[in-house]
Design a protein around this ligand. Structure first.
Ligand code: GCB
Length: 622
């Protein structure tokens, strides 16, 4: 499934703005109904209100029952379609696409069900041509039923707990238990788009790249749907618009002499170099000549892992980056351009060259900017909170494999994506984790042999049943926070032992994929105490001194937890959410941001690939 783009043969319309919305907020509504998302929603209930799209619905109103709502909600919108989409000669194919909707979606167009999709962080679409072209007018009514209930077999998993003690809870009372640390925001989170293609069209493109001896190679595979008698021609253009290679047919190789390689931010003075691969298709269908054009950004780069290094274009790459969330005031996990651009400006201000999409795939719009700016991505699936034994069974496994297929299909062509992460902190010490992760990782490698695969662990090195199958060890630890709280002095010993134990066991490079401490902005103490800005700074410095020793050996990266404060479920250890951000939720720096900024720019300037002195001012605006 290709990302919808404007091309000479395709049109696209985004269906943003306000949609009609309802949810059944009546107290004591049928709890079972909420849980059984795999059954058809029975009716639309509740008053109709306006709901912005894209956005989470939770924080939009003043109603706490909508904030914590679990069950079916309904969205509806009517749009007028251009006549040429309906009665064109020949009529185009009309597609309705959702960037993501959390969690389970059923979609109708003019009352006809067109698609059902499970999973909250990946796109899905439906060919609605026959529905809209068979309807009498140009009005197109789009209805979406969405259910955010999580079960032990969803990704992420969750479970509904019924509180049956009538002396303590009202009738039908239930809660949703989750084993991950972020708010389970729900709604239509990413753009809804209507787009057209010709009836015969370019359905998919796969590119992989290599380079050697001043020649870059782009291997491609193109699939066409709607015609077997078609011809394909390809041209690769550089950023000046000059054609540097051409090809034809569905499979082949393009050779580029002296290519501009795709380099990460701060590894080269011109990071994120993208060529444009223009694919043109011509097909004869029913006497008509159909033409389709699709343009794909392509970065030429290689990725290799050795026992001690992560190599991009043959050079050692050190991940100095962050973990993020899609999370903000009011819009929750809804896509928000000002926030996205602000975050990229902060990343570059910080001197961060990478992030992990903790703990689910991020919007395609974010990934596009990673490709363009040279921000390296560890692309993580929504496999977070896999803790219950039943979440390691075959039903869960099959769904996890399907999610990896959707993720790889979406992001396989992105130069910024250098590694897949199939999960975060599963209960990998449980014996069934061995078969589970062996299978998920092998499947991911079969889908994409060009990238390493990992999952992020917090299990003991000697007990982890999934680690034998990963290419890179990604380990999370919170010394002096969740373990030995308040005791910064234990960090050097414990962190050194952590690295040595993992390396001794596996001889694979290691990324510190999380470390951090909460700080409430404006809280101060000297000597440092937990939750103050000084403690967060001091904890960072202790970790960094160990990283500096071990990065000379086999530690290949450090990703702070977290880039910004984010919302979680309410609980006794969360003060309006998780406060481990080095920026507040409103993106203002805490003291720790300056410690990290000094460090990341220093590491960047150590690299021999850079001009002698690069400052944040000279580079962060490209
Ligand atoms: C972790 C999790 C992350 C949490 C973080 C914390 O290990 O991977 O999702 O938010 O710890 O702050 O507790």
């Amino acid at each position: 499934m290709l990302q919808p783009r404007d091309t000479p043969s395709r049109e696209r319309r985004e269906l943003g703005g306000l949609w009609s919305f309802r949810a059944d907020l009546s107290p004591g509504r049928d709890a079972g109904f909420a849980q059984r998302w795999y059954r058809r929603p029975l009716r639309q209930t509740g008053p109709v209100i306006d709901m912005p799209v894209p956005a989470s619905f939770n924080d939009i109103t003043q109603d706490p029952s909508l904030e914590n709502y679990i069950g079916w909600v309904w969205y509806e919108k009517e749009v007028l379609l251009p006549l040429r989409w309906l009665r064109g000669e020949p009529a185009p194919r009309v597609v309705l696409r959702f960037g993501s909707a959390h969690y389970y979606s059923i979609v109708w167009v003019n009352g006809v069900q067109v698609v059902e999709h499970e999973g909250g962080h990946l796109p899905f679409e439906a060919d609605i041509s026959s529905v809209v072209q068979g309807s009498p007018g140009t009005l197109c009514r789009i209805t979406v039923a969405l259910n955010n209930t999580l079960t032990p077999h969803t990704l992420p998993p969750g479970s509904i707990q019924y509180m049956t003690d009538k002396s303590r809870y009202p009738k039908n009372y239930f809660v949703q238990n989750i084993r991950f640390d972020f708010f389970n925001y729900a709604g239509i989170h990413r753009p809804v788009v209507l787009y057209t293609t010709p009836a015969a069209y370019i359905d998919d493109i796969t590119v992989t790249t290599t380079s050697s001896d001043s020649v870059g190679t782009v291997q491609y595979q193109v699939s066409v749907v709607g015609s077997t008698a078609n011809s394909l021609s390809l041209s690769l253009r550089d950023q000046e618009g000059k054609v540097v290679a051409t090809g034809d047919g569905p499979v082949g190789e393009l050779k580029v002499l002296n290519p501009n390689l795709w380099w990460p931010y701060l590894m080269h003075e011109n990071p994120g170099y993208l060529y444009s691969l223009e694919v043109q298709m011509q097909a004869q269908v029913g006497g008509a000549l159909l033409e389709d054009v699709y343009t794909l950004p392509v970065g030429i780069r290689t990725v290799h892992v050795t026992s001690t290094q992560f190599l991009i274009n043959g050079r050692p790459f050190y991940f100095h980056g962050v973990n993020k969330h899609e999370d903000a005031d009011i819009r929750g996990k809804g896509l928000d351009w000002p926030l996205i651009v602000k975050d990229f400006n902060l990343l570059r201000w910080l001197g961060a060259n990478s992030f992990r999409t903790s703990h689910y795939p991020y919007a395609e719009e974010i990934m596009d900017l990673c490709d363009a700016y040279g921000i390296v991505v560890i692309d993580e699936s929504p496999g977070v909170g896999i803790k219950l034994p039943e979440s390691f069974g075959n039903k869960s496994l099959q769904h996890h494999l399907a999610v990896m297929e959707e993720l790889v299909r979406r992001d396989k062509n992105r130069p910024s994506v250098v590694m897949w992460s199939v999960a975060n902190e599963p209960a990998s010490e449980l014996p069934p984790a061995a078969h589970y992760f062996k299978t998920v990782i092998a499947h991911t490698k079969a889908l994409d042999p060009s990238r390493p695969v990992t999952f992020v662990t917090d299990a003991n090195y000697a007990l982890d049943h999934g680690a034998p199958y990963v290419d890179v060890i990604c380990v999370n630890s919170y010394f002096s926070w969740y373990h030995d709280p308040g005791h910064l002095e234990v960090i050097p010993l414990q962190l050194t032992a952590q690295f040595e134990n993992w390396y001794k066991t596996y001889q694979k490079p290691i990324i510190q994929s999380e470390y951090g401490a909460d700080s409430v902005p404006g809280l101060h103490s000297d000597p440092p105490m937990m939750f103050t800005e000084e403690y967060q700074q001091a904890m960072l410095r202790e970790y960094h001194s160990v990283f500096d020793k071990k990065r000379k050996e086999y530690v290949i990266g450090e990703l702070i937890w977290n880039f910004a404060d984010f919302m979680t479920n309410q609980g006794t250890t969360r003060v309006l959410g998780n406060k481990k951000g080095i920026f507040t939720r409103q993106r203002q720096p805490k003291a720790a941001a300056f410690v990290l900024r000094d460090r990341y720019w220093k590491i960047a300037n150590e690299s021999s690939c850079l001009p002698p002195v690069i400052t944040s001012h000279s580079l962060f605006l490209k």
